[in-house]
Design a protein around this ligand. Sequence first.
Ligand code: ADP
Ligand code: MG
Length: 385
Amino acid sequence: QEDNHTETLKNNAVVREKNGNRIMVFVRVRPLAKKEKEAGSRCCVKIVDSSHIYMTEFTTPNDYLRLKRIRGGHFTFDACFSDSASQQEVYSTSTSELVEAVMQGKNGTVFCYDATGAGKTYTMLGTVENPGVMVLAIKDLFSKIRIRSYDGNHVVHLSYLEVYNETVRDLISPGRPLVLREDKQGIVAAGLTQYRAYSTDEVMALLQQGNRNRTTEPTRANETSSRSHAVLQVVVEYRVRDAAMNIIHGVGKLSLIDLAGSERALATDQRTLRSLEGANINRSLLALSSCINALVEGKKHIPYRNSKLTQLLKDSLGGTCNTVMIANISPSILSFGETQNTLHWADRAKEIRTKAPDANEDLLPVPKTEKDQAKLILGLQNENR
Ligand code: ADP
Ligand code: MG
């Protein structure tokens, strides 16, 4: 398995070099759920090898009980994870490179895309026993920082927000809706809590607290499904000495996003709040797909302004950023419609090219004495942002 990671990571680097920087797209199939098994549900997808997945073709009665042919087929992605892939394997293959890049001042984004119940939250947040990408990324980050602490100083700030009904809310200290503003670092939510993090242990608790603050509403598709998009931003600011004894100051930002379910509004309740919500969730996801389409077609104008979600993702999708998309699917034949839809979008997202990220770094004037240099580097620890 270790060998597999190294192989995939090498592969990823080759792909980036060959195609310019492009979105890396991964697919993860979750195990059949107990309910699906009890319903005698068959599987409609099969992982062929580490980068190929096959969706079976079959016929099924449509709403008018006429037979309808469901198109499947072969798909290729940067990696396909089977239901036995561990959280660590998913993290190492998809995201560990981005964590390394963030420590060199390069921005990165990871987002999960799928219908409710296919495994986004499991992949991004995970459980206490099996923490997901968000937690593993921060754990990895802190261990890398520890290793490099001899010649530099790193400060980590976290923020956690949700987009719900086209409103942006702080999940760490919930309160009034936040306003999005554009500044030279990109889009920022004014007044968002920047939580200074010192260790991995506190992060899981913080995220779980944040998730309790998320807006969840029962829908027909999944009773505890979350109807909001959650965005965790990890900002790493650092002062380090390079080999030439320069003192480098840099800032890298990693955004980890748990999107709301991509199911069509029709699959859930149509009435009142739910339908308004559905419309707005779809507005964000629809805007996301328009942006993806425009990016794939190489259009000049990308309609980021059409929703809060795409505004937030502006510098992550087409900009100078390493971007990873993880598409989660259920293997059950009961979800073939959603699976087909997800595979289609994931397949399309492969075409998006981004510009290789520049490092957000600059050189600081180096003080004469060793002592003053150390002071400058350590000073970061006590400065307020
Ligand atoms: P979503 O956030 O996409 O709606 P969840 O992450 O909540 O879906 O997953 C739905 C259920 O399936 C949860 O009970 C979750 O624990 C389980 N699950 C999802 N992916 C996996 C996996 N790879 N391995 C084991 N259980 C999983
Ligand atoms: Mg979820």
